[in-house]
Design a protein around this ligand. Structure first.
Ligand code: TZP
Ligand code: MG
Length: 235
């Protein structure tokens, strides 16, 4: 099951006033699911454990109806309690080896990486996918020190292709400042030409504000989905 996950339009949630405003997160995510997001990561840095579990359970119920995996940011304990599909861990969170011991082989573990070294370690420790970034500076995550741009992501993809089998197979999404205006260019630039020595392409884009912050969330998700499946015309 976890090997069949479609990472193409990966939604990361945000519960802050600046992006979610006074709307209800579960209703907003429901609309994003109707618009066609393929993975949901519940990312909430402020709620207490009880509220995290409550919201995660409600999100999980909605995601299951759409056959979309729910991933929990930072909190392995919450993912275990809810029984959802996996976790996403940053460099300051529990390490992937520990998380794998707790979660077992069937759950999805994603890791944030900003460099070749971090990517190598995340693969060695048994991650299923990498969230590579930060692509572009974004007000959604203000403390990002690592803005690596298209070239930084290309270098990591190139490394993954040149390394051992697990690296070649690992799934990848990029994150940071992706929206309807740049998504086609980003995926085009991170797509390996068929005659390339580096045939590893990005598997998806992860977005926060372009969907959660949109006035019409369903339409925003559907629009990104259409853009991702339409060949770009840069003429
Ligand atoms: N990690 C790197 S950038 C980022 C995270 C969680 C936030 C991306 O938000 P947006 O609104 O899609 O730029
Ligand atoms: Mg984290």
């Amino acid at each position: 099951m976890k090997n069949q996950v479609d990472y193409s339009l990966y939604l990361v949630t945000d519960s802050t006033e600046a992006i979610l405003g006074s709307r209800d997160l579960v209703e907003v995510v429901e609309k994003a699911l109707l618009g066609g997001v393929t993975v949901v990561q519940y990312r909430d840095k402020t709620s207490d454990t009880g509220d995290l579990i409550k919201t995660a359970k409600a999100l999980h119920e909605r995601c299951r109806k759409h056959n979309v995996p729910l991933i929990i940011n930072d909190r392995v304990d919450v993912a275990l309690t809810v029984g959802c599909e996996g976790v996403h861990l940053g460099q300051d969170d529990m390490n992937v080896t520990e998380a794998r011991k707790l979660l077992g082989d069937d759950k999805i573990i994603g890791a944030t990486v900003s460099s070749i070294d971090e990517a190598r370690i995340a693969v060695e420790r048994g991650s299923d996918y990498l969230g590579i970034g930060t692509l572009y500076a974004t007000s959604t995550k203000k403390n990002t020190k690592d803005i690596i741009g298209i070239n930084g992501i290309r270098k990591i993809l190139h490394y993954l292709h040149s390394a051992e089998e697990a690296s070649k197979k690992i799934k990848t999404v990029c994150i940071g400042g992706i929206n309807a205006l740049n998504v086609q260019r980003v995926t085009y630039q991170l797509q390996a030409p068929s005659d390339s020595s580096n045939p590893k392409s990005i598997d998806g884009v992860a977005v926060v504000s372009a969907i959660i912050g949109a006035q019409d969330v369903e339409q925003a998700a559907a629009n990104l989905k259409t853009l991702l499946s339409t060949p770009p015309n840069f003429a």
